[in-house]
Ligand binder design. Structure first.
Ligand SMILES: Cc1cc2nc3c(=O)[nH]c(=O)nc-3n(C[C@H](O)[C@H](O)[C@H](O)COP(=O)(O)OP(=O)(O)OC[C@H]3O[C@@H](n4cnc5c(N)ncnc54)[C@H](O)[C@@H]3O)c2cc1C
Ligand code: FES
Length: 277
């Protein structure tokens, strides 16, 4: 019987600093068990291990349409992320997954999509954004609003430029007041404020959001005020996890396990949860 706690081996193929404290790894599986067969869906996550240090939960930030590798982007906050930060090209790390549910992309076909991201919260959205852009004809208008505390805190700067230059994407970037530089050509203001300013129509639309909990809270309120129904809004939660498999009881909110019932939830589902997230 397969050991569900045994990680696959993955080699770091590329390393990129996104911000002063956030790093992206491009990973290729070397484990023959899954070398050719690994698949996942946008929104799913994995447990990434630095051997001898432990595991951390990160979403898979690359698109499932890009085959042969996965990417993760992580903010250095504690023990495991510090150990991972010190890894470089050629080093091996462990990966268990993919775990959790995924963004309901089939329900988004033929709809207007509004992505609202903040900081490292763009990581799971990035997987879905590229997934949608690789199937561009299946969707109507695509709007991406992305913000960070400061210009240097914006992740995926090259890709932001690509989205900005695309005629088939409406891209808006913003930084918090005081986070701008002299040559900043985006908006200045908190993400929910800018969302109110651009005021996307809820007509035939789905909004997908991820970011710091305080941002998500105000984005959900703003979308509601703009007429979005709770079932039109999708987000992803980051409760602390250990097993990722519904076994350890670390991530649950009441009887809902974020690792297996989520991490993707509609605002309607969040309203039914017993406590504020
Ligand atoms: C489904 C899911 C997807 C995630 N995706 C990403 C991602 O793509 N990129 C990313 O950078 N992070 C992501 N996270 C958060 C990430 O798991 C933690 O930041 C990381 O595990 C911390 O590991 P550590 O050992 O370095 O920190 P620790 O030493 O364990 O903790 C350091 C500090 O971080 C806080 N912390 C630890 N885990 C979490 C958590 N889950 N949420 C909030 N605060 C936490 C601790 O309370 C503490 O203050 C995700 C979490 C979940 C559950
Ligand atoms: S992480 Fe163990 S039950 Fe969810």
């Amino acid at each position: 019987m397969n050991n569900i706690y045994k990680p696959y081996l993955a080699r770091i193929e590329e390393v990129r600093w996104e911000t002063p404290d956030t790093k992206t790894f491009k990973l290729a599986f070397i484990d023959p068990e899954i070398y050719d067969s690994f698949t996942f869906k946008a929104g799913q996550f994995g447990e990434y291990s630095s051997f001898g240090e432990g595991e951390s939960t990160f979403c898979i930030s690359s698109s499932p349409t890009r085959k042969g590798y996965i990417e993760c982007s992580f903010k250095v906050v504690g023990k495991v992320t510090t150990a991972l930060k010190n890894k470089d090209i050629g080093d091996l790390i462990g990966f268990r997954g993919p775990f959790g549910n995924s963004f309901p992309i089939e329900n988004m076909f033929d709809k207007n999509l509004i992505f609202v991201g903040g900081g490292i919260g763009l990581a799971p959205l990035r997987s879905l954004i590229w997934n949608c852009l690789d199937l561009r004809e299946r969707f109507k208008d695509i709007t991406i609003l992305y913000g960070a505390r400061s210009v240097s805190d914006l992740c995926y700067k090259n890709e932001l430029k690509q989205w900005e230059e695309r005629a088939d994407v409406k891209f808006i970037k913003t930084v918090d007041p005081g986070g701008e530089t002299a040559d900043w050509n985006g908006k200045i203001g908190f993400v929910p404020t800018i969302l109110k300013e651009i005021s996307p129509s809820p007509e035939n639309a789905v909004a997908i959001t991820c970011g710091p909990p305080i941002m998500i809270k105000f984005v959900l309120q703003t979308l509601e005020q703009m007429g979005f129904k709770a079932e039109q809004v999708v987000t992803t939660l980051e409760n602390r996890m250990k097993c990722g498999l519904g076994k350890c009881g670390r991530c649950n909110i009441g009887s809902t396990y974020v690792c297996i019932d989520g991490p993707v939830f509609t605002a309607e589902q969040l309203k039914a949860l017993p406590e504020d997230f």
